[in-house]
Design a protein around this ligand. Structure first.
Ligand SMILES: Cc1cc2nc3c(=O)[nH]c(=O)nc-3n(C[C@H](O)[C@H](O)[C@H](O)COP(=O)(O)OP(=O)(O)OC[C@H]3O[C@@H](n4cnc5c(N)ncnc54)[C@H](O)[C@@H]3O)c2cc1C
Length: 309
């Protein structure tokens, strides 16, 4: 892992830095590259603009590591309101949630109850709930949450991270549950005994997992989304899909708001399913630092915002 990436990921865990950054106007301004704003209206407005270009959305309220039951309940209520508002606005918008935002640290049952409420709400509106994958500390519990939920609901998905050694086995096991899987490379700081430290190994792993998922998508054994901005990887996935007669619309690409905008539009216009994850809320610091770590050159945006005063 590069030094800049390691430092940015370490910084993402600092409460002191989070507090300092949220007081600095230039940092808040720099975040607008990756999020349309802090309010639900900002997120819905962005979803509407993307929809006009044939791009669907996933909406999320930023936050993680909630350790107060009332706060976890309030987060659940906010997501329920979000589902209702996006359905009222006729938007094709799913939601994405982090288990620790819904109270996983308070206990498995707390997170499971809140997730069940969201899956029920999403069912009423014909939407999906995607469960994010956080750090390895919560991986096992997150997979268990997904299994419990999947036994009861059709409209739930899970994220798998290709940088983890364990993902080959997890993917194999999950395919037995007719899952909805979002494949990502992985965004957290993980030790070398759990995750590939070298980017080339992560990319090779991502390609291997995407091959398995494409076969599952073609055979109707899974709903599949590739969460990546990697243009070469996307081209290779599309080449392989064509080779194995996997139809374009049997899988989906997902990207983060504001990243690779031209590629998002190009894929949608070329007939691929393109969904963009739009984040909003006041708790943006750790999430934003992970975005900087993915591409340390992004730190330039923060510096330029600082110089603009
Ligand atoms: C929809 C979605 C959901 C996600 N959910 C999770 C999750 O639940 N758990 C998790 O651990 N991770 C999640 N991630 C993040 C993911 O793990 C990666 O950290 C992130 O996508 C960067 O990897 P990459 O595949 O885009 O390619 P990389 O190999 O990192 O980058 C390839 C190219 O993409 C562009 N790029 C990538 N990131 C950025 C950026 N931040 N800013 C500007 N350009 C960039 C650059 O051109 C770069 O050269 C999610 C990502 C997406 C798109």
């Amino acid at each position: 892992m590069g030094l800049a990436r390691a430092l940015l990921l370490k910084g993402s865990e600092s409460r002191w830095l989070a507090d300092q950054a949220s007081r600095r106007r230039f940092v808040r301004r720099a975040t607008t590259r990756f999020m349309p704003g802090e309010s639900m209206d900002d997120a819905l407005g962005a979803a509407r603009s993307l929809g006009a270009r044939g791009i669907t959305s996933i909406l999320t309220l930023l936050g993680e590591n909630v350790d107060d039951p009332e706060a976890a309940a309030a987060v659940t209520d906010e997501f329920l309101a979000l589902l209702a508002r996006s359905a009222d606005s006729d938007l094709d918008a799913d939601i994405s949630v982090k288990p620790t935002h819904l109270g996983l640290e308070l206990g498995f049952d707390v997170a499971a109850r809140n997730l069940q409420a969201l899956a029920t709400g999403a069912t009423e509106h014909g939407r999906f709930v995607a469960v994010d994958m956080e750090s390895t500390r919560d991986c096992e519990a997150t997979l268990d949450l997904y299994r419990v939920l999947r036994a009861e609901y059709e409209n739930v998905g899970i994220c798998l991270q290709s940088y983890l050694y364990r993902t080959d086995a997890d993917l194999e096991e999950l395919l037995g549950h007719a899952p909805m899987i979002r494949l990502v490379k992985g965004a957290y700081k993980e030790p070398a005994n759990l995750a590939y430290p070298k980017k080339s190994d992560v990319d090779a792993s991502y390609l291997r997992h995407s091959g398995t998922l494409l076969e599952a998508a073609r055979d109707g054994r899974a709903r599949v989304a590739f969460g990546t901005h990697d243009a070469d990887m996307i081209a290779e996935i599309n080449r392989r899909a064509a080779d194995m007669s996997c139809p374009r619309r049997s899988y989906e690409f997902q990207m983060l708001y504001g990243i690779q905008r031209d590629l998002q539009v190009h894929l949608a216009e070329s007939g691929y399913r393109m969904r963009v994850l739009i984040s909003y809320g006041a708790y943006w610091f750790p999430w934003y630092m992970r975005r900087l770590a993915e591409r340390p050159a992004n730190v330039g945006f923060v510096l330029r915002s600082m110089l603009r005063g």
